[in-house]
Design a protein around this ligand. Structure first.
Ligand SMILES: Cc1ncc(COP(=O)(O)O)c(C=O)c1O
Length: 382
């Protein structure tokens, strides 16, 4: 699990831990899954019903940008949740936000361009950028600063090593750190001053525990905004997301979508259109994550993990393991093998300092967290 190929492409360690956990389960033992950022609940019942009804007919491709019903419903979402008018023609439905990144990178930049990302940050940012022939600039964040990115961080990193774009998420993975309106405005202003194109990953929107999520679209029309039905709408496996683009980029994004993916999956687009109207269901899931968040944070603190206040958003706790180990990978592997608790080593998110951290996902059931805390108590007291 510590391979380091010359081109910088690394495995997604959360998925490697999942693979190892599945092998343990196949041998008859149980595992508490806290490694993958995946809601424990299915999508809203009305989503499943709508898809069952649509199944016999929904067999073909859609328009490359996506069904007009979905794009109009997304424009409605921006009007209702964010008070902004977004032209449905500037929206592209994608195969999860993951496909949105590929389109965004090739729409806004050319291979060789350098894109800044935070460290720690979502591992696929680095791997996708490097794998597609782009360069990266890492902006280090600190626990002391709540893991939040600032305009000053961007300015300092750019002065050191200039870049063309910035990709960042709020709330973030793995820290759950979220910026408020003023902090987002500060980030957007720094990008504008430096001529840096912002890609705002808003996949955890709706899962802010301190107040409403603020979209970059409320503050600028120059950013590419990426979002997904995976997390808030509990639809990871449906592989459906969307992006909202500036006018100068939409045509190139459409052409890339036509050629790379043709269209997002038709049934998933139908499911997504219905999911947008089922926010009460998503809010109920959020309430359960909020309860899990408190339980896990208190439990980790009591066990001796280095952890501050509960995360601002998403469903992750990023905890220091300094009292136990300085090698997160072997710590996670031993914890999984001996205690049956699957968590993700920090090196997934930070290749420099992540060996001193682990990430817990609290998107699953409360019972899973209770059992995991009990198993860890036994494991760590040995
Ligand atoms: C910050 C962030 N962005 C994007 C993704 C990818 O999500 P999807 O492709 O399912 O939309 C994830 C998944 O965990 C994530 O944490």
């Amino acid at each position: 699990m510590t391979e380091q190929p010359a081109d910088g492409l690394m495995p997604f360690h959360a998925m490697e831990i999942l693979k190892r956990a599945k092998a343990i389960e196949a041998s008859g033992r149980t595992v508490c899954h806290l490694e993958v950022g995946e809601p424990g609940s299915p999508p809203a019942p009305k989503v499943i019903e709508a898809v069952a009804r649509a199944l016999p007919q929904a067999q073909g491709y859609t328009n490359a940008k996506g069904m007009s019903e979905l794009r109009e419903a997304l424009a409605g979402y921006y009007a209702d949740q964010h008070g902004v008018a977004v032209d449905p023609d500037l929206i592209v439905s994608t195969m999860g936000s993951s496909a949105g990144f590929i389109i965004a990178f090739h729409t806004a930049f050319r291979p060789g361009a350098r894109i800044a990302i935070t460290r720690p940050g979502y591992p696929a940012y680095v791997n996708t950028l490097l794998g597609l022939g782009f360069g990266i600039a890492e902006i280090p964040l600190t626990a002391a600063n709540g893991w939040r990115l600032t305009g000053a961080d961007i300015e300092a990193a750019h002065a050191d090593n200039p870049f063309d774009g910035l990709l960042f998420a709020s709330p973030a993975n793995p820290t759950g750190a979220a910026v408020d309106r003023a902090q987002l405005a500060d980030i957007i202003d720094a990008c504008r001053r430096l001529g840096v194109r912002l890609i705002s990953d808003e996949i955890y929107h709706g899962l802010d525990y301190r107040g409403p999520s603020v979209s970059a679209l409320e503050l600028t029309r120059d950013a590419i905004v990426i979002n997904s039905f995976s997390k808030y709408y509990c639809m990871t496996g449906w592989r459906i997301g969307w992006m909202a683009l500036p006018e100068d980029l939409i045509r190139r994004a459409e052409i890339l979508q036509q050629n790379l993916f043709i269209s997002a999956p038709t049934l998933s687009q139908i499911a997504a259109t219905v999911a947008l109207g089922e926010r009460d269901y998503s809010e109920a899931q959020k309430d359960s994550y909020a309860a899990n968040r408190a339980l896990l944070n208190d439990g980790l603190h009591a066990l001796g993990f280095d952890i501050g206040d509960p995360s601002d958003g998403a469903f992750y706790a990023y905890a220091g393991i300094g009292s136990f180990s300085n090698d997160a990978t072997s710590f996670c592997e031993t914890m999984l093998d001996e205690a049956g608790v699957a968590i993700t080593p920090g090196i997934d998110f930070d290749r420099t300092g992540g060996h001193r951290y682990v990430r817990f996902s609290y998107a699953g059931k409360r019972e899973t967290i209770e059992i995991a805390l009990e198993r860890m108590r036994t494991f760590l007291s040995k």
